[in-house]
Design a binder for this molecule. Structure first.
Ligand code: 7TS
Length: 404
């Protein structure tokens, strides 16, 4: 069991007041808060070992390189990748997905098909659309039902020899649905298609095992797992990363450069051009250590309780409807109140110290599916409490009274 007071004491921002009220931070789907160990590790890096990596013979450069590569190793262990060179540092999920779509531009042919799910964040739709425009490939959509679950019978029908890529999130950011990705990966592989999993919303809640999943790519952001912004990871199977061309050209990603021809460095450097976010990459390892110390079993237990309690309490409110009622769901509650625009509720409850996201959550096709302008989204982390949910419910009731 979590000692919630101890956990909350790790996060200095949580004891702040916002608009004169104690902060209730329920926008964890957008970004997580940072524990003191992560904040301190950033300062420590700049105070003690700041230097560029992979190039200097001098001591600081060696120390920084060792710390950066040690962090890669931690993340390799965390996601159970077979090789450290399958773990690429990126600036976030968006960067990771674009790295892959850029690579597939030289692989896809006109008439090839890319399957994308109806539940995607824009960052797992738009890069694939751009790729299809460039290559003449066709984008097909795996549909969902009214609960916000992907329809596997339809997925099975869409798969064919034309399918070259399947791209799907592990967990939906807008609805919290946990997708049956193991099944989807196995079925796609029967047709020889590559599978990219957008793990941005999964890694805050669980430890993915990329070898067990057998996915070809798994992308996530560091800032959603207590790490710094501008950090992320793209896992790719060695064979795929060897096959794909580099994303960006520049220093660090080369073996030899002449004006006639350049040869590329081995993995992972082939995909890591230029000076990376060194401090961020190192501190992402600190964040992963922190999450593992808290323990994913504890995290899941706390979040499940919050999901159940939050769902029950919110449904007490007359006219409130929850969008996203999948059987497999994580701690995200998207809702609307009849006759009131989500933005108005969000604005009023912010004045009461409650931070939620309102709008389309960068998932406009989901809003179109439900024929709504957006939702109010409360996304809980392991450091949230039932008392905070009570504060949100009271604030939403107050807003409803004011607006009706
Ligand atoms: N994929 C999913 C499923 C996401 O939830 C997000 C960010 C991204 C990709 C993009 O991640 P980035 O770190 O590269 O920006 N989701 C959200 C959200 O739900 N609210 O703000 C950002």
């Amino acid at each position: 069991m979590l000692d919630i007071n101890k956990i909350r004491a790790d996060f200095p921002i949580l004891s702040q007041k916002v608009n004169g009220k104690p902060l209730v931070y329920f926008d964890n789907g957008a970004t997580s808060q940072k524990p003191q160990v992560v904040i301190d590790a950033i300062s420590k890096y700049y105070q003690e070992i700041n230097a560029n990596i992979h190039r200097g013979v001098h001591t600081l450069s060696q120390l920084a390189t060792d710390a950066y590569e040690a962090s890669r190793g931690k993340i390799q262990n965390h996601i159970n990748a077979k090789f450290a060179h399958e773990v690429l540092f990126t600036s976030g999920t968006t960067h990771g997905i674009n790295l892959v779509t850029n690579g597939f531009a030289s692989i896809l042919k006109p008439g090839d098909e890319v399957l994308v799910s109806a539940l995607e964040h824009h960052s797992n739709i738009v890069p694939w659309q751009m790729l299809c425009e460039k290559t003449g490939a066709i984008l097909r959509v795996i549909p969902m039902n009214q609960d916000g679950e992907l329809i596997m019978a339809e997925y099975d029908k869409l798969l064919s020899d034309k399918t070259k890529v399947v791209t799907v999130n592990h967990i939906s950011n807008a609805l919290g649905t946990v997708n049956p990705i193991k099944y989807m990966i196995d079925e796609a592989h029967k047709f020889g298609a590559a599978v990219l999993i957008d793990g941005a919303q999964a890694v805050p809640h669980l430890k993915p095992d990329v070898q067990e999943l057998d996915c070809d790519f798994y992308a996530f952001s560091g800032h959603k797992i207590c790490g710094p912004t501008g950090t992320g990871i793209l896992y790719g199977k060695e064979a795929w990363l060897n096959k794909l061309p580099p994303y960006q050209g520049g220093g660090e990603m080369i073996k030899e450069v002449t004006f006639e021809k350049t040869t590329y460095a081995e993995l992972p450097h082939k995909f890591e051009a230029g000076t990376p976010n060194i401090a961020g990459g190192i501190v992402l390892g600190t964040a992963v250590d922190y999450m593992n110390e808290v323990g994913f079993d504890n995290i899941q237990q706390q979040e499940l309780e919050l999901l159940e309690y939050g769902t029950k309490r919110l449904l007490e409110i007359e006219g409130l409807k929850i969008f996203g009622t999948a059987k497999e769901k994580t701690s995200v509650i998207s809702f609307n109140i009849e006759g009131i625009h989500p933005y108005d509720i969000g604005t009023i409850i912010d004045k009461l110290g409650i931070a939620v996201r309102t709008g389309h959550h960068c998932a406009q096709p989901i809003m179109t599916f439900f024929n709504i302008p957006g939702t109010i989204r409360a996304s809980f982390a392991f450091y949230n409490t039932k008392e905070e949910i009570d504060a949100m419910v009271a604030a939403v009731k107050k807003a409803q009274l004011m607006l009706s």
